[in-house]
Design a protein around this ligand. Structure first.
Ligand SMILES: *[C@@H]1O[C@H](CO)[C@@H](O)[C@H](O)[C@H]1NC(C)=O
Ligand SMILES: *[C@@H]1O[C@H](CO)[C@@H](O)[C@H](O)[C@H]1NC(C)=O
Ligand SMILES: *[C@@H]1O[C@H](CO)[C@@H](O)[C@H](O)[C@H]1NC(C)=O
Length: 454
């Protein structure tokens, strides 16, 4: 049957009147393979951040389950550096589905119950995002990542103008402790507020020494190392020295000996991202492995298969997602091509949280309390210290917060703008291991309310 001319005319007129009509349509996901019936819309596709170098970032937008027009927009960034927000954040933590075999199962605690969720694979070289010019990958750093993320947002809001004035939040975890505040700061500096209301970061890397050295106390207090090992681990060679030395090439003999002793006592059978979990659960942990890989232990792969990686490498899934593999042979949760400037790990971001709070941006820092990779101990010291420095008075004293009449963690709020919270029983990827509690926390954060006491 020949298409009728009026179809062309209608489409042309619509495209002229609403420039987003064509593009938006083309990014709309009709149905993901194995997906159950749903009531919300999903979009996925590329935004070019550098026309000349053909660099493009891949996003996945999951609209809110109900009343998307009245719910905020939340950007989520996983860390690594170099790990995928779609593979980890969306499919293993708080997205609408969890892959299982050929199917996608509904996640009852999906964050799209509260918000329109925008998952971004960043920087280029992560997941489906790419740079056609491969020399881009040889030296990627925090500056480049933040600038590309901003370029992404500018164009994305043009494509989805209905979100431009929406309440906007930036969230993430782990190395997202760099990505999230750095992007928020750049947005403010470049005078493109996009109605940014707040940021939330989970088990974030905020300050190299404090974060990594708190591991000793965490290991010791959880019984993973002996008193004498704790003593040498803090006085003879501490963890930040060990990390720095390995990052630079090699451990000196003294630190090498301390490191071996710690590794022997902790054993290879402990997952540092959750010291109470006893099995490897999924690729979600690749991100913490990046931050943890200098621990000098062999990762035993007790995960028989990796559901997410299998799913995201299916040809029909790529098609449904409008994704391509550019310059790589497969999708991996953490990039094998990006060479991130590891010296950037030492750049402190805690003070950026301070300047954001001063500009009226709500800041929530939360910690899964079973994580030894970036333990709550260091994070709590950093947030507490920041509050003092800013002269913020405690507006909610350190107290428990509840989820269904059980203690879900502890919280403290400073000056109604800076909040700290732990999630009890949660891993480095809190929403993965404590989905209900994480959703309660997310809800309170968006509403700007203290965590529930009853
Ligand atoms: C590729 O990128 C590198 C470094 O970013 C740049 O020097 C080079 O000119 C680029 N190549 C092309 C063909 O544009
Ligand atoms: C770790 O060791 C370095 C070098 O000796 C030292 O400067 C730093 O204060 C130590 N940090 C902690 C928390 O012990
Ligand atoms: C590691 O190398 C960087 C420069 O590449 C240097 O600034 C730093 O001091 C070195 N650290 C150690 C512990 O050797």
């Amino acid at each position: 049957m020949r298409p009728q001319p009026w179809i062309f005319i209608t489409v042309t007129v619509l495209a002229f009147l609403f420039p987003t009509f064509l593009t938006e349509k083309s990014d709309k996901i009709i149905k993901l393979p194995g997906q159950p019936k749903i009531s919300f819309q999903q979009y996925a596709g590329y935004i070019t951040t550098d026309e000349k170098q053909h660099r493009a970032l891949f996003y996945y937008l999951v609209e809110a389950e109900t009343e998307p027009a009245s719910k905020p927009l939340v950007l989520w960034l996983n860390g690594g550096p170099g790990c995928s927000s779609i593979g980890a954040g969306a499919f293993c933590e708080h997205g609408p589905f969890k892959p299982s075999g050929d199917l996608l199962l509904i996640n009852e605690h999906s964050w799209n119950k509260e918000a329109n969720m925008l998952y971004l694979e960043s920087p280029a070289g992560v997941g489906f995002s790419y740079s056609a010019n491969k020399s881009f990958y040889t030296s990627v750093n925090d500056d480049i990542t933040a600038r590309d993320n901003l370029a992404f947002l500018e164009k994305w809001f043009t494509k989805f103008p209905e979100y431009r004035n929406r309440d906007f939040f930036i969230t993430g975890e782990s190395y997202g402790g760099h990505y999230v505040p750095q992007l928020a700061q750049l947005i403010i500096e470049s005078n493109m507020k996009f109605n940014l209301k707040g940021i939330a970061i989970g088990n974030p890397l905020l300050e190299f020494n404090t974060d990594f050295n708190s591991r000793a106390a965490f290991f010791w207090s959880h019984g993973l190392i002996s008193d004498s090992t704790y003593e040498i681990f803090t006085s003879v060679c501490n963890y930040s020295q060990i990390r720095r030395q390995i990052q630079n090439g090699s451990l000196n003999p003294v630190c090498s000996q301390v490191n071996s002793q710690v590794s022997r006592e902790v054993s290879r059978f402990i997952n540092s991202y959750d010291v109470t979990l006893d099995v490897c659960l999924s690729t979600v942990f690749a991100q913490s492995k990046m931050l943890n890989k200098l621990q000098d232990t062999v990762e035993i792969d007790v995960c028989v298969e990796d559901e997410t990686a299998k799913y995201l490498n299916r040809k029909d899934v790529l098609e449904a997602f409008h994704a391509q593999l550019v310059g790589v042979t497969e999708w991996t949760v953490c990039s094998g091509v990006v060479q991130y400037e590891m010296q950037n790990l030492e750049v402190p971001t805690i003070h950026i949280l301070g300047s954001l709070a001063k500009s009226g941006i709500r800041v929530l820092v939360y910690s899964g309390d079973q994580d030894a990779v970036i333990p709550l101990i260091g994070t709590r010291i950093l947030v507490n210290g920041l509050a003092k420095e800013l002269g913020l008075k405690t507006s909610v004293p350190y107290r428990v917060w509840l989820e269904r009449r059980q203690v879900a963690g502890w919280t403290q709020v400073y000056g109604d703008i800076l909040s700290f919270a732990t999630i009890r029983g949660a891993s480095h990827e809190a929403p993965f291991s404590q989905p209900k509690r994480s959703l309660v926390l997310f809800n309170a954060f968006l509403a700007g309310k203290p965590l529930p006491e009853a």
